[in-house]
Write a protein that binds this ligand. Structure first.
Ligand code: NAG
Ligand code: NAG
Ligand code: NAG
Ligand code: NAG
Ligand code: NAG
Ligand code: NAG
Ligand code: NAG
Length: 839
């Protein structure tokens, strides 16, 4: 066990919680140039003079003189009343204790003295040889802020007059270390250019930034006195294109900073406690409008800007109600932004996202818009923005050529600034909750778009045996004359079934699009998933889904009824599941609590479905997203596993990512998969173990509102299981209902599923066998003595609609062969349970 990494992680974690403590930069030079006072306090900080008799000063070579403003205005700060003037190239040299990103702020306040009118200065400034300003002069008070990497032990700031008859000046200099991780070199940062989006391939921390705008959206002006890094933030109103489109939002509660999100140093509380949102009172009736800001930038043909957007959901009253789109210069920069998801399901939790923006030639502003997403409930459409920072990227090396093809993929898959942040969050959470033993590979890049946690969202089926080549194999096969296996459904039929996609019939939504309830003329009820045109779901993927799904037929798997690809529509039609998700019957809804017997039957059904995926005719399919919202119930409470093979999001399909990128849902992810990124069917077993705990305890897999040791259901439940005190955590609705030996088997099964290492976990066949015994005992039947041997049958692919026609009955106990398959594998008796109880 590598205790060092555990230590490192918990350290990282605890650092996040040192909240209010002020940031103390390791390097911190504050210079009051030209002053003769040894130090003056400005905004709570001490500025020292730049020269002193005893030789301890920062000025090195060159000729300079100090000037004092003979007529200071009553309101000018002490920094503005003195200046240092350079008549030849001269520099300040600062010793750097800690290499890394530094802030460099130059204060210019031109005044007129006897010999010099500082407004006439004309000069260049460079830092360690890199040009910051050239041909520069100031006609009024200016603060220039640069953020740059200092990778040497010295920082030389050189002032160079343009020619012998000119001069340079400066009133104040600040050089201080940026907080750790102020910029994060995450690959996958999005570059937005007039032609679309693509990946920004350079390391962001090695660029030189010049701050252009720093905006406290919806809030008031913030001074260096108010800010953790002594920055100034200005209100946004002057930049709003249509003021009436926006409405202020404010909260008096301090933000909930969380690991993986923004910190106080990224932006102060005040930025996150105010926002602008859609002014729906003044909006068009269907809420279809954007809130737009134009931020002027100097026009130039090579301008590249860094844009950091700050978000904090202070407007929603509940989680998962706010989805919106972000556009930069008219290009979709982030679609269906889901702050609940990004902030691990916490409201009012600060988050930021970084973009790199290449403007069109001669464009003189950057336009940022926020607008409603199609995912949001029509009654609650909204969009928010809390803060904007725009920085010019100086001396940017030539950018990669545009490639339109790739752009969409990058757009969708990128978490931009959040990538690293999110992985940190997961690390931290795991470190705390799961006490992980090895440091995950640093290249780990969870992508939120692939870890969607809502129902009806992407699900992933990947063939293990084929090592991620499943999609290749199937995508190459082309449909026959009647489409795949005769599953083609005319668009007009679907229109008819859904009352032309009646909004009232929407039963779900997800990254792929909307899900409608529909009824065909023969009274077959169906769920119709309609892809958003131009969504990330491309035609090849759509076809792959169909080829894969049409091979999967099982009573306990939600089946594909058909599909439609007419008129550039991409529609998938599934059997309708009357009773919705398993989760909705466990907690957080009005349904009457399920009985223990019903719960066992549902778990057995779901286990059969997963077991079939692992071992059935389609063989070797790993679901990857087993959770209680992906187990659906039909009108007879027959459980069916859903969401396999559908809407795999673009980047997840990318060959290199298939086998490596972390996918799944928070709270259900196999810790071993997380560490080693080797996917096996035991990852599904782990997730199913979490579902078993949900069924037993009637609470969610992750509940951040609970005490720390209870947040993660799997960990919490295993604690109690190990103590042999499982009754303590059973859903109160079940008290007195469960036979102790049934509960014992169930608990042991769940515990085994949640074993740290895949090899220690049972197969789904073993799980199934044990759950069946738990049910037998509960209903007074004799438990199975031996693990029977049966042969896994194959499934008839040619009767796709037959499943629908088949009447559903509640699952029978024992070998249920109605569907032509058996659920029990020969391989392993549940020896773990029998022999290794002590562990
Ligand atoms: C030299 O100057 C610095 C800064 O003005 C001051 O802190 C220090 O005490 C001085 N040392 C002596 C020996 O005067
Ligand atoms: C001082 O006041 C003048 C006039 O009110 C204003 O133009 C100037 O910007 C102010 N200077 C500072 C540093 O606030
Ligand atoms: C030096 O620069 C100043 C300011 O740009 C300009 O007015 C002047 O003509 C220049 N002098 C020479 C000798 O180039
Ligand atoms: C970018 O950063 C990574 C990790 O910090 C480093 O390995 C890589 O060499 C850097 N690339 C460039 C172009 O500086
Ligand atoms: C910011 O600081 C000023 C003092 O410079 C203070 O008057 C003001 O109330 C502070 N604003 C906020 C929002 O904290
Ligand atoms: C609504 O917007 C219009 C402009 O579109 C504006 O003239 C009007 O004053 C706004 N009304 C309110 C109540 O904000
Ligand atoms: C919002 O702006 C984007 C980009 O300009 C545009 O594509 C989109 O249609 C706008 N949305 C609405 C509802 O007007």
């Amino acid at each position: 066990m590598d205790t060092k990494s555990v230590h490192f992680l918990s350290l990282t974690f605890s650092l996040f919680f040192i909240s209010k403590a002020a940031f103390t930069p390791q390097d911190n030079y504050l210079i009051n140039c030209g002053s003769s006072t040894s130090n003056v306090a400005i905004d709570n900080r001490n500025f020292v003079r730049d020269s002193s008799k005893n030789g301890s000063n920062y000025l090195s070579k060159g000729k300079s003189i100090s000037l004092t403003n003979p007529n200071p205005s009553s309101n000018s700060s002490l920094l503005q009343t003195t200046a240092r003037v350079f008549t030849s190239a001269s520099s300040y040299i600062f010793n750097i204790k800690k290499t890394g990103t530094h802030f460099v702020r130059l204060h210019f306040s031109p005044f007129t003295s006897q010999n010099y009118d500082l407004k006439n200065a004309n000069f260049g400034v460079s830092a360690n040889g890199l040009s910051l300003l050239s041909d520069f002069g100031a006609n009024f008070n200016v603060l220039k802020e640069f953020i740059l990497m200092v990778d040497k032990v010295e920082l030389e700031i050189l002032f160079t007059p343009v020619n012998d008859s000119s001069f340079a000046f400066v009133n104040g200099i600040e050089v201080f270390s940026a907080p750790k991780d102020f910029f994060i070199d995450a690959s996958g940062m999005v570059l937005i250019s007039p032609s679309g989006t693509q990946e920004f391939k350079q390391n962001i921390s090695f660029q030189i930034f010049e701050t252009v705008h720093r905006i406290n959206v919806g809030g008031s002006k913030l001074t260096p006195f108010n800010d953790t890094l002594w920055r100034s933030w200005v209100p946004d109103e002057d930049f709003l294109v249509l003021k009436s489109a926006a409405k202020f939002a404010r909260t008096s509660d301090p933000p909930n900073y969380q690991p993986g999100g923004a910190t106080r140093e990224i932006a102060p509380d005040n930025v996150y406690m105010t926002a602008q949102q859609m002014n729906v009172e003044n909006g068009t009736s269907n809420f279809m409008f954007n809130v737009t800001w134009d931020f002027p930038v100097r026009s130039s043909t090579v301008d590249v800007h860094f844009v950091r957007l700050h978000f904090c959901d202070i407007v929603s009253v509940a989680l998962n109600t706010l989805y919106f789109n972000v556009y930069i210069n008219g290009i979709t920069a982030y679609k269906d932004l889901d702050l609940s998801f990004l902030t691990s399901h916490r409201l009012a939790s600060p988050y930021y996202i970084d973009f790199v923006v290449k403007s069109a030639d001669n464009s003189d502003s950057i336009r940022i818009s926020i607008g409603p997403s199609e995912l949001s409930n029509s009654l609650r459409k909204n969009a928010i923005l809390n803060g904007v920072e725009i920085m010019k990227i100086e001396n940017s090396v030539p950018l990669p050529r545009k490639s339109k093809e790739k752009s969409i993929w990058v757009l969708v898959g990128s978490v931009i600034g959040g990538i690293f942040a999110l992985s940190l969050a997961i690390l931290a959470v795991l470190a705390m909750l799961k006490c992980i033993k090895r440091e995950p590979k640093p290249k780990l890049k969870p992508k939120p778009r692939c870890i969607e946690s809502r129902g009806w969202t992407p699900l992933r089926v990947y063939g293990v045996s084929t090592q991620g080549t499943l999609s290749e194999a199937t995508a190459l096969s082309s449909p026959g004359a009647n489409g795949y296996y005769g599953l083609k459904i005319p668009f007009t039929d679907i229109q008819l079934a859904t009352n032309n996609f009646d909004k009232d019939l929407i039963i779900g939504s997800g990254g792929f699009g909307m899900v409608y309830k529909g009824v065909f003329r023969d009274n077959t009820k169906v769920a119709v998933k309609r892809g958003i045109r131009g969504s990330r779901q491309g035609l090849p993927e759509f076809q792959t889904e169909i080829t894969v799904l049409s091979k999967i037929r099982h009573r306990h798997l939600v089946s594909l009824v058909g599909y439609c690809e007419e008129q550039s529509e991409m529609i998938l039609v599934y059997e309708y599941m009357d009773k919705g998700t398993l989760r909705s019957h466990l907690y957080g809804s009005v349904f009457t609590p399920l009985s223990w017997k019903q719960r066992l039957e549902i778990c057995i059904g779901a286990a059969r479905g997963i077991h079939y995926l692992h071992t059935g005719s389609a063989r070797g399919i790993i679901h990857r997203d087993i959770k209680s919202t992906n187990i659906l119930l039909d009108e007879n409470y027959v459980a069916k596993v859903a969401d396999f093979g559908l809407s795999r999001s673009g980047p997840c399909l990318n060959e290199t990512h298939v086998s490596t990128a972390l996918k799944g849902s928070f709270g259900y992810i196999d810790p071993e998969y997380f560490r080693r990124q080797q996917l096996t069917d035991k990852s599904d077993v782990y997730s199913f173990g979490v579902v078993l705990c949900e069924v037993l305890c009637a609470r969610s897999a992750v509940d951040p509102m609970l005490d720390r040791e209870q947040v993660n259901l799997a960990e919490w439940a295993v604690e109690w299981l190990k103590k042999g005190m499982i009754e303590q955590i059973v859903d109160p609705h079940l008290r007195g209902q469960i036979k102790p030996s049934s509960l014992k088997i169930f608990g042991e099964t769940a515990e085994k599923c949640l074993a740290e290492y895949g090899v220690d976990r049972p197969t789904m066949g073993d799980v199934l066998w044990n759950l069946e015994n738990a049910l037998r005992i509960q209903v007074n039947e004799r438990p199975q003595e031996i693990h029977e041997e049966t042969i896994v049958g194959s499934v008839d692919l040619t009767t796709p609609r037959a499943i629908l026609g088949a009447p559903s009955s509640s699952p029978r106990v024992g070998g249920d062969d109605n569907d032509g398959t058996s659920d029990i594998t020969t391989s392993r008796v549940f020896s773990q349970l029998i022999n290794r109880d002590g562990r």
